[in-house]
Design a protein around this ligand. Structure first.
Ligand code: KIV
Ligand code: NA
Length: 263
């Protein structure tokens, strides 16, 4: 057995930060897993980053199952968490049970992630957890609510909003979530929530004091054309790939390709 949800709680108790990255295919999942990432999230950001949509809303459960199966085949050690797409869990507890059940049965992912901390979502988290399905929660900027927020805006910037997010996080822990993503909130709120909760917080644009951090992998690699302000590129794969492709194209056009030893 690779990384477990229990192990992530131990990491928090031991003060060992948790490394999370996203993947949506076999190849990247394999690279991340072999590089020692703790958790691989099949995030529904794939709707935007891999499929070219403007929001995460169009993604279907079938899309997600397809990508998560591919990711799972590439992973030996990391915990695989699958985002439930928009409107595959919000309608009712029964719908959430059905969707999450399909994820675990059909893909081999060990957990699901869902957005929001209002009362209906707390009931859903509780019922999924009772059914033996580990749930990662997600508060702050929850991209499936983009139209309600009026854009991908920072959340929790007023004292009132910060308090609401803190209370949601506490309630989600009580409902049984094993971990929680904090997205695009002030660093002091990220710290406050991380100190208050027993379960590990995973931050993205939530300051350095969360119990773990997640990035959308193409943002880390400098592959995306657009990056959120909190993303940190560690290399520039977009330029590196462009150069490799241009070198190849030049060799093909000059009829130099295919002539190399071993080809
Ligand atoms: O979809 C995603 O990639 C996510 C992470 C940014 C947390 O939800
Ligand atoms: Na997501």
């Amino acid at each position: 057995m690779g990384v477990t949800t229990q192990q992530l709680s131990r990491f928090k108790r031991d003060g060992r930060p948790i490394v999370v990255l996203t993947a949506w295919d076999f190849l990247m999942a394999q690279v991340l897993d072999r590089a020692g990432v703790d958790v691989i999230l099949v995030g529904d950001s794939l709707a935007m980053v891999a499929l070219g949509h403007e929001t995460t809303l169009p993604l279907t459960l079938e899309d997600m199952l397809h990508h998560t199966k591919a990711v799972r085949r590439g992973v030996k050690n990391a915990l695989v968490v699958c985002d439930l797409p928009f409107m595959t869990y919000q309608e009712s507890v029964a719908q959430a049970m059905h969707s999450a059940g399909r994820v675990l049965k059909e893909t081999g992912a060990q957990a699901v992630k869902l957005e929001g901390g209002h009362p209906a979502m707390l009931e859903t988290v509780e019922r999924l957890t009772q059914a033996g399905i580990p749930v990662m929660a997600h508060v702050g900027l929850t991209p499936q609510s983009v139209h309600q927020f009026g854009g991908f805006r920072k959340q929790g910037t007023t004292a009132e909003a910060a308090e609401r997010i803190l209370q949601e996080a506490i309630a989600l822990e009580s409902a049984g979530a094993f971990s929680i993503v904090l997205e695009h909130i002030p660093a002091d709120l990220g710290l406050q929530i991380s100190q208050k909760l027993t379960i590990p917080t995973i931050g993205i644009g939530a300051g350095p004091h969360c119990d773990g951090q997640v990035l959308v992998t193409p943002d880390l690699l400098g592959l995306s054309e657009w990056q959120p302000p909190f993303a940190k590129p560690y290399t520039n794969l977009r330029d590196i790939i462009t150069q490799a492709v241009q070198t190849y194209a030049a060799e093909v056009r000059e009829q130099r390709f295919g002539d190399s030893p071993g080809a």
